[in-house]
Design a protein around this ligand. Structure first.
Ligand SMILES: [Zn+2]
Length: 274
């Protein structure tokens, strides 16, 4: 087995990708996942890296990610195939000294290029690494219920956050900062990447209208858990809405504040009603 594939970070990456497939977060080639490698992980894998592929412009610049290495899903590759053949469906790439171009150094052995959403990953990683070096992962997926919820809430951070916080008690504990909401935009370019970046300054979850969401975090457990929690709360909300009965609020602003006190949370008061 290859040295790269034996690494724990890679095993965790593959498991996360496969969990996403099994949870139906990824139809066809939908979704993408990126992991910012630690220096010791790069060192451990370097004997399998090659440095002869062309540099490709990102369309965005992230100076604070200069020379960093990332594991990224391939453009047009299917999450369901990652576990079967990681070297054909993933790549490891490095950014240049300006943080504006990348070079693939491992993987995509059957051809291809990194995810078309990689610019959104880069801008999100850039914001997050400025907050804490613990942030390692950006995960983008297309879960059914959170996408459905974007059709029935007002298009703003507050409406969507409250729809989730009110639907399941765990939500305000797991994402007390709330979620950001991006209006529908053409995916895959610098424009949506910059909108996502703005919201990643405040949140670990950014939802794209009629599209899906981005989650940021430190470990695969936490990032997958965050995605799963958002989607489950959205599922509850959509199930209640589907009954046609009015949503009876059980968790109000005071309840959210009481939870924040009990669990020592930094609850985002800007998103509360009163
Ligand atoms: Zn997408």
């Amino acid at each position: 087995m290859s040295i790269v594939l034996e690494q724990k970070f890679m095993q965790d990456y593959i498991r996360c990708a496969n969990d996403g497939w099994e949870w139906k977060f990824h139809e066809r080639n939908g979704g993408n996942l990126s992991y910012r490698m630690r220096a010791e992980e790069v060192e451990a894998c370097k004997s399998e890296f090659t440095y002869d592929q062309e540099w490709v412009s990102l369309g965005v610049t992230a100076e604070n990610l200069a020379n960093e290495y990332f594991v990224v899903t391939g453009s047009g590759k299917f999450f369901r195939n990652v576990i079967l053949n990681p070297a054909a469906n993933l790549c490891i790439l490095r950014l240049n000294e300006k943080g504006d171009s990348y070079q693939v150094v491992w993987g995509l052995v059957e051809g291809g290029k990194p995810s078309s959403e990689f610019p959104s990953h880069v801008t999100s990683h850039s914001v997050k690494v400025a907050q804490s070096d613990d942030y390692r992962i950006i995960y983008h997926a297309h879960p059914v219920n959170i996408i459905s919820l974007t059709f029935v809430t007002e298009i703003d951070d507050k409406a969507l956050t409250l729809a989730l916080w009110e639907s399941m008690t765990e939500c305000s504990v797991i994402f007390p900062e709330g979620v950001g909401f991006v209006r529908w935009m053409v995916p895959g370019g610098a424009e949506v990447a910059l909108e996502t970046k703005k919201l990643m300054e405040k949140y670990n979850v950014v939802v794209w209208e009629a599209h899906g969401l981005f989650c940021a975090g430190d470990t695969f457990d936490n990032v997958f858990g965050l995605m799963h929690t958002v989607e489950k709360a959205a599922e509850i909300r959509m199930k209640v809405l589907a009954t046609g009965l009015p949503f009876r609020r059980a968790i109000d602003a005071q309840g959210l504040r009481d939870c924040a006190v009990r669990y020592s949370l930094n609850l985002n008061e800007d998103l509360l009603d009163e």
